[in-house]
Design a protein around this ligand. Structure first.
Ligand code: SF4
Length: 298
């Protein structure tokens, strides 16, 4: 009785406004890094200054995707791999809404890989946050396109025979206007990067390497989640402004983190309105050398 009275007198948590605490406890395992990222997401939404009534979160399926259910914003927990497709539709239908996509590496870059590359190419004005735990955590610890070569998963019991993607390099090569990578140790930098990414116009991408002690750590004898964080601490090297192709996630030597890309180019809607106004003229111009210019060169 005394404890209940004491609890009632506690001031509200600073993130309470955006946290659906009535849905707690959450589903994440002890030591999982997703909660850390979730805290940074909420802090970034608050810091960004966007109206919460005009901010939406879209997720796919997986452990990370459950964030959509715990945040007090308009949120959409969609189908596996299709978060970016849903987010694209939402942004085109309601351009005034700030759209955040938050999902895992398997969801965004394997099943959803095609949506990812084309949304980046089109420069759809959305922010994509990828929590990279190196495997499919929720579905049982299978190999993903992020799984390091040789790592053991439930679908690669002798070791992963594939080379993983460098997600930041992929995002950059496809045209993303903002690209950054951090680990869950870099909480303030994650918050700052998500805030900056939200303030960009265009396809912005933030990758966060996150311990998954239950599905990935256990099979690879990494130890506890704290051991993974110590490993990240020892191996992480911050190199801002370098080409992400030179920023590998190499568990054998170094994990390069930082803000790699921060640039401008017209969004899909900029170019769409431009061509709809019929300002592009005839195409192709067989009689001359001029090719239509996108809004980028105007
Ligand atoms: Fe986190 Fe892995 Fe557990 Fe999923 S399975 S909640 S990613 S520790």
């Amino acid at each position: 009785m005394k404890n209940k009275k004491a609890q009632k007198e506690l001031p509200p948590h600073p993130m309470e406004a955006l946290l659906r605490s009535e849905r707690l406890p959450h589903i994440w395992c002890a030591g999982c890094g997703i909660g850390t990222v979730f805290g940074s997401v909420i802090a970034a939404v608050q810091k960004s200054g966007f109206d919460p009534d005009k901010t939406a979160v879209v997720s796919g399926i997986g452990c990370t995707a459950r964030m959509a259910g715990y945040i007090r914003l308009d949120s959409f927990h969609t189908t596996h791999g299709r978060a970016i497709a849903f987010a694209t539709g939402l942004k085109l239908a309601r351009p005034e809404i700030k759209v955040l996509v938050i999902s895992g590496d398997g969801d965004l870059l394997a099943i959803g890989g095609n949506h990812f590359i084309h949304a980046a190419r089109r420069n759809i004005d959305i922010t994509v946050i990828c929590v990279n735990n190196l495997n499919y955590g929720m579905t049982g610890g299978q190999l993903a396109p992020s799984t390091p070569f040789g790592a053991k998963t439930t679908s690669s019991v002798s070791g992963c025979p594939e080379e993983p993607f460098n997600f930041c390099y992929l995002a950059s090569a496809c045209g993303s206007v903002y690209v950054a990578r951090w680990t869950t140790l870099h909480t303030r930098r994650i918050t700052n990067s998500i805030t900056e990414a939200m303030q960009k116009r265009g396809f912005s991408f933030v990758e966060i390497l996150t311990p998954c002690p239950t599905s990935f750590g256990r099979r690879n004898k990494i130890g506890t989640a704290l051991d993974t964080l110590k490993f990240y601490h020892e191996r992480s090297v911050i190199l801002n402004d370098i080409d992400p192709k030179d920023a590998p996630v190499d568990f054998g030597s170094k994990i390069v983190v930082g803000k790699f890309v921060d640039t401008e180019r017209p969004t899909f809607l900029d170019n769409y309105h431009f061509v709809c106004k019929n300002e592009i003229g005839d195409w192709p111009d067989f009689n001359g050398t001029a090719m239509p210019e996108s809004q980028a060169t105007k």
